[in-house]
Design a protein around this ligand. Structure first.
Ligand code: B12
Length: 169
């Protein structure tokens, strides 16, 4: 479906609505290009994108996700120093009992270079390119819906059970 939409150049009729996804670059990160590409591919797949832009604080990510009734948060970071700031977002999700309910997709070149980083920052999964983001987002949301709320301890520990390829690596 995605391939057909890309070939047709008609995103409007490509996919059924999948709900809202909140995207942004984590605090102190200003590398917007990758995030914008991810947003484009997700839109083609039927997601409504709320793009918070660059340099987004953990609290702002979660506030926006709740306000917009988002199904998932997607965070981009290009540098190791900024990727580590994603830990604050996981802590914020834990604090509000949203871990396991509101999945956290992470991405950016640094995650492709350091496979263990996804787990280190508390991400639920990653995709190495914008083209692979729709499958990741759908799988993470399906898993969250199937498993329901989990305890903070479980989510922070990085239980890999049932996660898609690339998730919590
Ligand atoms: C362009 C660029 C900039 C531009 C960004 C402009 C913009 N509007 O985006 C500007 C000039 C602002 C910039 C600034 C800086 N940069 Co810079 N920058 C780059 C550069 C050349 C390309 C990055 C890029 O756009 N890649 C293309 C995109 C499409 O790729 P991508 O982000 O990886 O995204 C893809 C996937 O990763 C994935 N993806 C991305 N996000 C997400 C999110 C999710 C949820 C998912 C699932 C997938 C996903 O999908 C995308 C498409 O396939 C890289 C070097 C390089 N060759 O990578 C350095 C680089 C990232 N920058 C670097 C540095 C050091 C800086 C500065 C500190 C420089 C300085 N001294 O000021 C500042 C820091 C700014 C900040 N705080 O963020 C270093 C980082 C080193 C490190 N690993 O820590 C790099 C690697 C250069 C280098 N070799 O030193 N930079």
């Amino acid at each position: 479906m995605l391939k057909a939409a890309l070939e047709d150049g008609d995103p409007g009729t490509a996919a059924p609505p999948r709900g809202v996804a909140v995207l942004g670059n984590i605090e102190d990160d200003f590398h917007a290009l990758g995030r914008k590409m991810v947003a484009s591919f997700l839109r083609l797949d039927g997601w409504e994108i709320v793009d918070l832009g660059n340099d987004v604080s953990p609290a702002d990510f979660v506030d926006a996700a709740l306000e917009q009734k988002a199904r998932i948060i997607g965070v981009s970071a290009m540098m190791l120093s900024t990727a580590l700031n994603i830990r604050g977002l996981r802590e914020e999700l834990d604090r509000r009992n949203l871990s396991g309910v509101l999945p956290l997709a992470v991405g950016g070149a640094v995650f492709n270079m350091r496979p263990g980083l996804v787990k280190e920052v508390g991400g639920d999964g990653t995709a190495s390119s914008a083209m692979d983001a729709p499958a990741l987002f759908r799988t993470l949301c399906d898993n969250a819906a199937a498993s329901g709320p989990v305890s903070d301890t479980e989510s922070a520990a990085g239980d890999d059970a049932g996660m898609p390829d690339g998730a919590r690596t």
